[in-house]
Ligand binder design. Structure first.
Ligand SMILES: [Zn+2]
Ligand SMILES: [Zn+2]
Length: 737
């Protein structure tokens, strides 16, 4: 037998930091082997799907020991060269196994052996009239009939409908397309036809929007990170649309990323009526086939604009020309398990070698992005005024010290609510706590019911007659006696949205109350139906958690009440101040977005707190500058870099010993200026029955911290304990709870 001359280096799924060698398949087909195709390979007793990374010369004398590839699953690579090298860099930066990284980047259906099928439906729409071409239809009655049928529809017509109305219209459609009278678009199955493109002109830009747009357009063909720092209601979307139009016109694709699936319909509708090109949507609400269909559309350049949530960043664009990250400060842009990536950071990593710009939009930019403005290739643009007639909302604190509260609501707030509702305007109440109450206490002995698996109190969900743990999901029937003293006088402490809703129903019996939190929106599309109700009616109260704070446009909301703002003032996390300032500014920003003035009341026991003062009398930007100065002096991110090893185990000593061993392997690097804190217990020491221990690395230099991490990871592979504990690494961690 002749010795194969090449070796295939293959990344397989699993916690492996190396590639595996395989021999190529002896096949009669002259298949061009290219990196980036999927291969089926034997791995231990199983067969797994891996990805071919490299083809090298076979220098190994003992290659008979190597196993052979079972099957090549693709004829062409899944990624173009640039995307492939970007994903390899992502894997390196986060020290995440290459196989796992690549598999994160492809749709679920491609992680299976069976060949997936995209479920596109073809839709046809009439193009603007070309009289000369239309004349040619005079002598072609069949073509004329089909053309007129399509022309008479308000939106594009699915091919299925045409098949029902005409006998074998396929060749006629081709002819009409060749004559440039109609054009096809391809969509995933469930796409409602009514949403298909009908281009319409937009509103004229304000002078400020115009200036920002022009500045952006001058960088449209180069790598540039542009921070669009614009107050709530300043019309950032209009800027995105204008810039995206230019990019699409130059034949490139556009990716728009949003923090929340509930925000997509609003934006998609706005884009669809402004573009004739194909727009797709990608988020967790799609099933596997729909996701694959969108992936396929993008890979084949059928989709010019993709609007999606976090994971849409991995879509296989081959001619991407712009990434927009709206509400860039939002925590949901950071993936919190598996490949723990920052969408913003890997978007910038993707744009740089490809030479296209990234727009980061926010009314409350992250401190990281504001600090980055000092770097080359970064540019900050401001929109300081609301678009149209909308005025900035008036914000006031409402001192509730010593005041009588009705179920957590101050009298002054209730008075303002009544007045607002009488004017047929809407009220928004914000409370970042779902459920009925965050704790259940025994009035006899004072014992609070805790989750048996976590260090946290159980939350009461009265409507369901349960108490549940919001951290691990453990739940049980609402008890009728104390677990400690068996007394039956159990009382709720504190307020959740469910409890406030009950109280509002008594205070405002004739008013529609819409509660939006994770409990009322658990069912598919529930949040869309609730938001639709807000849009269509007047005179209701909206009540909700931070889901309400994100980017929604409620033009009839003129009063915002913030109920438990104080909670965030004393958080242990270094980012709790930043989060609170962002949240309050965003919630306040929901008020007065239409033509009527908006009013914001913050209930607080700490009316003199500096944070309120800065947000009310100065701005979020002033707050951000102060907070950045504090971080600079303390040497904290973004002025230093962090890495966090986490270990979880039912046996606390295993987790500590494991991280001590990791620390030991990195000790020599302390000379490099890397500081290591820990191992220490995480702020929530026990979750879902496991102890949680952390090891934090901080350094002024990014490359030093990466050297350190690499050394630690090398060691982990040899540690027996690594198999006993569950561990992970978070580079640039945002959540240290
Ligand atoms: Zn008791
Ligand atoms: Zn729990």
């Amino acid at each position: 037998m002749t010795q194969p001359t090449v070796l295939l280096k293959i990344a397989v799924p699993g916690p492996f930091r190396k590639l595996f060698d395989y021999l190529p398949l002896e096949t009669n087909e002259k298949q061009a082997l290219l990196p980036g195709i999927r291969v089926l390979v034997p791995f231990g007793p199983r067969k797994v799907i891996g990805i071919l990374i490299e083809i090298t010369n076979n220098n190994q004398a003992a290659s008979f020991k190597l196993r052979t590839v079972t099957q090549y699953l693709d004829a062409a690579p899944l990624f173009d060269e640039k995307t492939f090298s970007w994903l390899r860099r992502v894997s390196q930066y986060y020290h995440h196994p290459l196989g796992e990284t690549l598999l994160t980047a492809i749709p679920t259906l491609l992680r299976k052996e069976k060949k997936p099928h995209a479920a596109q439906q073809v839709f046809w729409q009439a193009l603007s009239n070309d009289p000369q071409q239309e004349n040619t239809l005079q002598r072609a009655p069949k073509q004329r009939a089909v053309y007129q049928f399509i022309q008479q529809q308000n939106s594009a017509v699915s091919q299925k409908v045409l098949l029902e109305n005409f006998l074998k219209p396929q060749s006629i459609l081709k002819t009409l397309q060749a004559k440039n009278l109609i054009k096809p678009s391809y969509h995933a199955k469930d796409l409602p036809a009514a949403n298909l493109p009908t281009a319409s002109p937009g509103q004229t830009l304000t002078d400020a929007q115009q200036a920002v747009t022009e500045a952006m357009l001058s960088h449209i063909h180069e790598f540039k990170v542009m921070l669009l720092n614009g107050v709530t209601g300043s019309g950032k979307t209009e800027v995105y649309i204008t810039v995206a139009k230019k990019v699409v016109a130059s034949g490139k694709q556009v990716l728009i990323l949003l923090p929340e699936i509930a925000l997509t319909p609003q934006l998609v509708a706005r884009f669809r009526c402004r573009f004739t090109c194909m727009i797709d949507v990608l988020h967790s609400g799609l099933n596997d086939t729909e996701r694959f269909t969108v992936w396929d559309n993008i890979k084949n350049n059928r989709t010019q604009i993709l609007i999606g949530t976090r994971s849409a960043i991995f879509s296989p664009f081959e001619s991407l020309g712009l990434i927009v990250i709206d509400e860039e400060h939002d925590l949901s842009f950071k993936q919190q398990d598996g490949l723990r990536y920052s969408t913003r950071d890997i978007a910038i990593l993707r744009a740089k070698p490809n030479g296209f710009p990234v727009i980061l939009g926010s009314a409350t930019p992250s401190l990281e992005s504001i600090a980055n403005i000092e770097k080359p290739h970064y540019l900050q643009l401001h929109l300081t005024q609301r678009a149209g007639k909308a005025m900035p909302p008036k914000i006031k604190t409402l001192d509730i010290r010593g005041r009588k509260l009705i179920e957590g609501l101050a009298n002054d707030l209730i008075t303002q609510m009544t007045a607002t509702l009488e004017r047929d305007e809407q009220v928004l109440l914000f409370l970042n706590q779902r459920g009925y109450a965050p704790a259940l206490i025994c009035h006899q002995c004072g014992v609070v019911e805790k989750c048996p698996r976590c260090d946290r109190n159980m939350t009461i969900h009265q409507a369901r007659n349960r108490i549940t743990c919001h951290h691990c999901g453990y739940e049980k029937k609402l008890p009728n006696e104390c677990i400690h003293c068996k007394h039956s006088d159990l009382r709720p402490i504190g307020y959740g949205t469910e409890r406030i809703e009950k109280c509002l129903q008594t205070l405002f019996p004739d008013t529609d109350i819409i509660r939006i939190d994770r409990d009322t929106t658990a069912r598919k599309n529930a949040i869309l139906r609730l938001l639709e109700k807000v849009k269509n009616d007047t005179g209701q109260i909206l009540l909700g958690t931070q889901m309400l704070a994100k980017g929604h446009d409620f033009p009839n909301v003129t009063l915002v009440g913030i109920l438990n703002a104080d909670q965030g003032l004393f958080g242990a996390d270094m980012r709790s101040g930043e989060r609170l300032a962002q949240l309050i500014t965003q919630v306040a920003g929901r008020a007065g977005r239409g033509n009527k003035p908006g009013y914001v009341l913050i209930q607080t026991h700490n009316p003199e707190h500096a944070l309120w003062h800065t947000l009310i009398h100065e701005s979020y930007n002033t707050y951000a500058q102060q907070a950045l100065e504090e971080r600079r002096q303390a040497g904290l991110p973004p002025y230093s870099f962090a890495g966090l090893f986490r270990a979880e185990s039912t046996d606390i000593t295993d987790a500590i010993q494991f991280l001590n061993a990791v620390k030991k392997s990195m000790q020599t690097y302390e000379a490099l200026g890397v500081e290591i804190y820990g191992p220490v217990s995480a702020p929530m020491e026990r979750r879902a029955g496991k102890f949680r221990i952390q090891l934090l690395l901080i350094s002024q230099q990014r490359d030093k911290i990466h050297q350190c991490i690499a050394a630690g990871l090398n060691e982990i592979e040899n540690l027996k304990l690594a198999k006993k504990v569950r561990w992970n690494l978070d580079v640039d961690p945002l959540d240290m709870s």
